[in-house]
Design a binder for this molecule. Structure first.
Ligand code: DAK
Length: 259
């Protein structure tokens, strides 16, 4: 399949995915979702990529699911579209590599949901977030009711969903929706710096941290701690654990091999 709306480049173990569909402010139609899925699959299968950044071209990150495509859907079509988005976003969320959303502009509806399927969100001071679906006669369909409530709590999630209010980056930071706000011209550089910090650590340990948090959050604390202990134990079967600890004790440069 040929990429038309999704571009990605690799640079020092980091893949940067850019969604670019200027005529609709990067809104996610079926074609774009399928391209995004393909890019995630390529990244999942590339041993040279240890972290991912997702951003948007122009003034939007993603202005939502494509309203012109959704407008005439029946219930069956709506479910099919929702299932596609959900499976792509879930693939991203469970990708065994850390994913940073570099939110450059409008992140509305499906765009806000896409950012929430990423592990970390950095926002430009120009970014805007919101779940405006109730104003369109629908509920969020790509995980918005679930991930937003888990990130910012049920009270704030309900307020944002019920009012369809659009918030700026500072407010998103205040409620815990984003990790950091930076000047627009520094956004990609900041995301790359963060990615660089991450990829300097042991890739297997980073991957396992992601899995432990994601899975553990679905468990009761006792089960989650048993799960954590299992994962902790598994690290001792890796070469990187031996070399990381040796480097510390010998005060030498660490060099991880993803083994
Ligand atoms: N879909 C399609 N086209 C869009 C779009 C979108 N989400 N957002 C913007 N565009 C298009 C505009 O129609 C316009 O096209 P032309 O008129 O030039 O042909 C072009 O992009 C530029 O937009 P504006 O002229 O409106 O630009 P402004 O700067 O004035 O305004 C804006 C920017 C982001 C405030 C505004 O465009 C806007 O409000 N956009 C819609 C934002 C929104 O409501 N997003 C949420 C979409 S709903 C489900 C699955 C998924 C979902 C729900 C259910 N299931 C099936 C279960 C998810 C739903 C959503 O994401």
């Amino acid at each position: 399949m040929e990429y038309k709306n999704v571009f990605f480049q690799k640079e020092d173990k980091v893949a940067v995915i850019t969604i670019s569909r200027p005529k609709a402010l990067n809104a996610l139609n079926t074609e774009t979702l399928k391209e995004l899925e393909l890019a995630i699959d390529e990244i999942a299968n590339d041993d040279q990529i240890y972290a991912v950044i997702i951003t948007g071209a122009g003034k939007a990150f993603v202005a939502g699911a494509d309203i012109s495509e959704m407008k005439d859907l029946d219930a069956m079509g709506g479910r099919k579209f929702g299932n596609l988005g959900n499976s792509v976003f879930r693939k991203l969320e469970t990708l065994e590599k850390p994913v940073i959303a570099a939110v450059n502009g409008f992140a509305l509806g499906g765009g806000c949901e896409l950012s929430m399927a990423c592990d970390i969100r950095i926002a430009s001071s120009k970014a805007k977030f919101g779940q405006p679906e109730a104003g369109l006669g629908i509920t969020p369909g790509f995980g918005g009711t679930q991930r937003l409530a888990r990130l910012v709590g049920t009270g704030m999630a309900k307020q944002l969903l019920f009012t369809a209010e659009i918030i700026n980056a500072e407010e998103a930071l205040r409620i815990g929706l984003v990790n950091k706000v930076v000047e627009p011209e520094n956004l990609i550089e900041e995301a790359k710096l963060l990615a660089k910090k991450i990829v300097s650590n042991a890739p297997i340990a980073v991957k396992l941290c992601k899995t432990a948090i994601n899975r553990g959050m679905q468990m009761d604390i006792d089960t989650a701690l048993i799960y954590e202990a299992e994962i902790f134990g598994a690290c001792f079967a890796t070469e990187d654990q031996k070399s990381g600890m040796t480097a510390f004790l010998e005060k030498s440069e660490k060099c991880f091999k993803n083994k």
